[in-house]
Design a protein around this ligand. Structure first.
Ligand SMILES: [Mn+2]
Length: 357
């Protein structure tokens, strides 16, 4: 098993590569979507919800997918700090909103995603993580939820306000969209949109040598903001896998989201999907509670026995990357850094223990 960090777009620089290496990470998962306009505004505050009509801010440029040159340059820079680039996490809503919404640009956008996956393969990046969701990560709040009043994310009941036109995946892709909200659809309709996406993209991913990896719903509720969710119980992952059998059809396995689900068991799910060799990489984070009332907490204080998870992964010869995903923010000048360094130290300790036994 390998240890890594997930870095957001505004963190793709020398300071964060050095920080990652110094913590003992060997791999990185990177985000190229500029959530909250962090890069544009040079802001560091993460995890702050900014209103139900703005979500995580504006999506990127509709006309430009990430180029091979761009990807190669990022990978080369990361490698120069002694780190490997394991995965890109998330499509930009600007590049696939009509795939999610079954809109008129669906076919043009799927061709763009195919080219993107070819670029990712050519750049030698093995995994692309995605979250097939209309509401995206929404309907949560922020509070002093973790040990000692550390600020983290939680859910207290949810949010069923419909999503305005021009917004999907919790970002705004069209500020000039007509008034109104996106129509309510069924779970079956959402699955058929996923089927289209997998049918079109998986063969290209196979050829490109890229693993597509699906994140479960965060939060895992049947509906969020009046839209159905896809993988909100552990066995729904099996449906996604069976829908398009392929070495390129994989999971971005989020322990926190799975433990928040009302059915199933996080240990059984870890065993089942790692045994099937379907886990591309893992979001190694801990929580207390289940939807619609849970809190994200420090890696060592939640409902999940992280050591038990690692033993299951070792038994099934899991060799992928673990990243902390998000962590509570610690009360100090480097809130994000302290949380991440704490999680990484704990993870390194556990890995050493299981490798010695
Ligand atoms: Mn996650």
């Amino acid at each position: 098993m390998k240890l890594g960090f997930g870095l957001y777009k505004h963190m793709l620089n020398e300071a964060h590569y050095k920080f990652s290496k110094q913590c003992g990470a060997t791999h990185l998962v990177i985000h190229l979507v500029d959530y909250f306009g962090h890069e544009k505004n040079n802001k560091e505050n993460a995890n702050q919800p900014i209103g139900e009509n703005e979500g995580w801010g504006k999506a990127g440029s509709a006309n430009q997918i990430w180029t091979l040159e761009e990807l190669l340059a990022i990978k080369k820079e990361i490698n120069s700090y002694g780190l490997e680039l394991e995965a890109i996490e998330n499509f930009d809503p600007a590049h696939w909103h009509d795939i999610l919404l079954d809109g008129p640009k669906k076919e043009a956008q799927i061709e763009d995603l195919k080219q993107l996956i070819r670029n990712v393969g050519k750049a030698g990046i093995p995994v692309f993580g995605y979250n097939f969701s209309l509401a995206g990560v929404a309907a949560r709040d922020v509070g002093e939820y973790a040990r000692g009043g550390a600020v983290s994310v939680g859910m207290n009941g949810g949010n069923d306000t419909p999503i305005p036109n021009g917004m999907v995946w919790n970002m705004v892709y069209d500020e000039n969209a007509p008034e109104g909200t996106i129509p309510r659809i069924s779970h079956d309709e959402l699955w058929s949109r996923l089927q289209y996406f997998l049918n079109e993209l998986i063969p290209v991913a196979e050829e490109a040598g890229v693993k597509l990896a699906a994140h479960p719903d965060d939060p895992p509720m049947p509906y969020v903001r009046n839209t159905p969710r896809l993988v909100y119980q552990p066995e729904m992952y099996q449906k996604l896998i069976d829908m398009k059998p392929s070495n390129s059809n994989n999971l971005e396995f989020c322990l926190g989201s799975i433990a928040e689900m009302t059915e199933g068991d996080v240990y059984e799910a870890t065993d089942s999907y790692s045994k099937q060799e379907k886990i591309a990489y893992i979001h190694f984070r801990n929580i207390v509670g289940k939807v619609p009332n849970y809190k994200e907490v420090f890696v060592d204080e939640g409902d999940i026995d992280m050591m038990k998870i690692l033993k299951i992964l070792k038994k099934n010869n899991f060799e992928g990357v673990l990243i902390p995903d998000h962590t509570p923010q610690m009360t100090c000048d480097g809130a994000w850094y302290a949380g991440m360094a704490y999680a990484m130290g704990y993870m390194k300790g556990l890995i050493k223990m299981i490798n010695n036994n």
